[in-house]
Design a protein around this ligand. Structure first.
Ligand SMILES: [Zn+2]
Length: 85
């Protein structure tokens, strides 16, 4: 089923980033405080992104942006990226 494939792909991606490694990355990017203070929102659904629901970190217009861990946001993000190029 298509849904199962999508979930598996997303889970595989999320598992690739261990929470400790994620924190290290956020500290390097000086974004950990903003995340812990609930100041960052999902680029797609605008839900507050925290350590336990970060899906993707990416750069747009020289700024770091986040996606939450919703697979709908992930696929919407991929769709928008695809249509830009
Ligand atoms: Zn979202």
């Amino acid at each position: 089923m298509e849904t199962r494939t999508s979930n598996a792909a997303l889970r595989e991606y999320l598992d690739a980033i261990h929470e400790k490694e994620l924190k290290d990355v956020l500290i390097k990017l000086e974004l950990l405080d903003a995340i812990e203070n609930g100041e960052m929102n999902c680029f797609i659904c605008e839900k507050t992104v925290r350590l336990n629901n970060i899906g993707i970190i990416f750069v747009q217009d020289g700024e770091f942006k986040f996606l939450c861990d919703s697979k709908n946001c992930y696929w919407e993000f991929m769709r928008r990226r695809g249509s830009q190029e």
